[in-house]
Design a protein around this ligand. Structure first.
Ligand SMILES: Cc1cc2nc3c(=O)[nH]c(=O)nc-3n(C[C@H](O)[C@H](O)[C@H](O)COP(=O)(O)O)c2cc1C
Length: 242
């Protein structure tokens, strides 16, 4: 993993200022193309160690120019300008979602924002740049983001930005997805806690991954209350994607 981290750090360090407008324009053009093709929204991936997230995270962003800095807010300028370019290309009515994660593939316990104040300084400028929805990636949606509150990441993002948010992470399953890649199985889990948070208004949308890979009828079963028919997730289910 150290080797991967070094490679990412090197990539961010070598990213040339001169090519930035061109890269931002590519994101903008892709979003404009999606709009032309009739899509209702685009989601920009700013999580899990992808390019934008490499700029967010201090261990991978050691730049000293306008795209680097000690604070998360400074390291967010890369994303902010890129989102502004996308917003400019798609107009004010088209929906832009941004996927963000505190955790990194290199460090599951990493946190970009260690306090609500830091999270506000990170996400509010992105909302002002044009994000309509924050897709807040967690491995377990029930994990509290900070102490003294049971709000999860999507809950805090909504509270701090006023924007719609998507929660994700082990919905309907007992175990999280990275453990699934290591071969750990998950059994069906109650949705009561998810409903409690949804009813409280913590977030607006819920993303479901593995439960749907195991069972394409999952949504219908939930809708019809057929919970005894739900199945768990095993790594064998991944082979069904081929
Ligand atoms: C087979 C599989 C492939 C995935 N691929 C990606 C990916 O390419 N990029 C990404 O950001 N997340 C990826 N994810 C993570 C999912 O988007 C999601 O956040 C995660 O599975 C948690 O949801 P779940 O607990 O409902 O499965 C993947 C998950 C699975 C199971």
């Amino acid at each position: 993993m150290d080797e991967v981290l070094e490679r990412l750090k090197d990539g961010v360090r070598k990213f040339q200022l001169e090519v930035y407008p061109q890269r931002a324009e590519m994101f903008a053009q892709a979003a404009a193309d999606a709009k032309t093709l009739g899509f209702d929204a685009v989601e920009i991936h700013g999580a899990h160690g992808y390019l934008i997230d490499q700029f967010f995270w201090h261990p991978t962003n050691q730049r000293t120019d306008r795209y680097g800095g000690q604070s998360l807010a400074e390291r967010s300028r890369f994303a902010e300008e890129l989102i502004r370019a996308v917003r400019h290309a798609v107009g004010s009515e088209f929906v832009i979602s941004l996927r963000v994660s505190q955790w990194k593939l290199q460090d599951y316990t990493a946190k970009l924002a260690t306090t609500p104040h830091e999270m506000e300084a990170w996400l509010v400028p992105l909302a002002e740049a044009g994000v309509d929805i924050f897709h807040c990636s967690q491995r377990r949606f029930w994990d509290a983001e900070f102490t003294d509150s049971d709000l999860n990441f999507a809950g805090w993002a909504k509270k701090l930005t006023g924007k719609a948010t998507i929660t994700v992470g082990s919905v309907g399953l007992s175990g999280e997805f990275l453990a699934a890649f290591r071969g750990e199985a998950s059994v069906p889990n109650s949705l009561d806690e998810l409903h409690r948070r949804l009813d409280r208004g913590d977030f607006d949308l819920v993303a479901v991954g593995r439960a749907l890979i195991s069972d394409a009828g999952w949504t219908r079963k939930i809708h019809e209350g057929r919970t005894s028919e739900l199945v768990g997730f095993t790594k064998e289910a991944l082979a069904t994607l081929a």
